[in-house]
Design a protein around this ligand. Sequence first.
Ligand code: IPM
Ligand code: MG
Length: 356
Amino acid sequence: MMTYNISIIKGDGIGPEIVDEAIKVLDAVSYACGFTLNYNEYLMGGIAIDVTGKPLPEETVAGVLKSDACLFGAIGGDKWDKLPRELRPETGLLKFREAMGVYANLRPAIIYDELVNASTLKPEVIEGVDIMVVRELIGGIYFGQPRENDGFKAYNTMVYTKPEIVRIGKKAFELAMQRDKRVCSVDKANVLEVSQLWRDTMIELSADYPEVELTHMYVDNAAMQLVRNPKQFDVIVTGNIFGDILSDTASMVVGSIGLLPSASTGDKTAIYEPIHGSAPDIAGQGIANPIATIESAGMMLRYSLGEEAAADMIDAAIKRALKEGYRTKDLASFDAKKVVTTTEMGDVIANYINKK
Ligand code: IPM
Ligand code: MG
């Protein structure tokens, strides 16, 4: 029987609640498909600060690097917001992404037919939307040096080297080959040098993928086009900060940020996490939507473990739960037949897997 080692980072706020539901579903699906998952839990974020004094303990990095894949909840909260920047949970997360070398963050935005009414956009605008945002994750302005804030003057630096652009570009073109063969590269080449290099490099790279259509969009226009006509997009490839912003926009196109999973992949261990944050305001109330995390676990099975059938089962179980009208509170006003808690949603989905 195949056995995989999965590292688990629950994090802060709603993190533990939603990760527990994903584990419940993973257990159901591994049982149904006949493989074993060994879980090892590690600390990161605010909880790691409370327990160890650091947002990213060394054991976490070492442990996750040894595992086959990492399932991640969410980190951060008001409690730790006043700490100096190097001690903040978010700094831990960025260091973690860097240590794992996860340069490619895949954020799919797919509309569930059952939830077309949950979007603030008109059904005819969003029906059939299937976008893959490919965000560069360990470069750009998040990591660029120098950076400073001396109380009078503050700055950050947006840096990309050609090899960094090439590797993320390749990822986007390869994904497009398995999809609708269209890549839209988003930049701000009308203003920024770094974006000009980005655009020139994408054009050069596109010669290796003659079947893929490459288009370019300035980021401000892309933000507008995403809400005007999201169906025009297949794969969007962009840098770190533009991808951060555009993926939040894409999440609202499909209705709730509680639905969207992500995969952060590179040359080492991949990290799977919902795109939403730790939502401390609703933590512990049993109202968080676990679907984004369960779907992230599905991506983990598909991309890191090659357990396609198991991943398909998770997708089908989520669709069925939504079709039958189960809704967590965030989606309670959209064709809900039964409003359920976080745990109940996990039970319903896991139960549909057991029954196949
Ligand atoms: C995300 C988050 C993070 C980011 C924060 C928490 C540092 O917004 O994963 O999108 O900006 O990358
Ligand atoms: Mg974000």
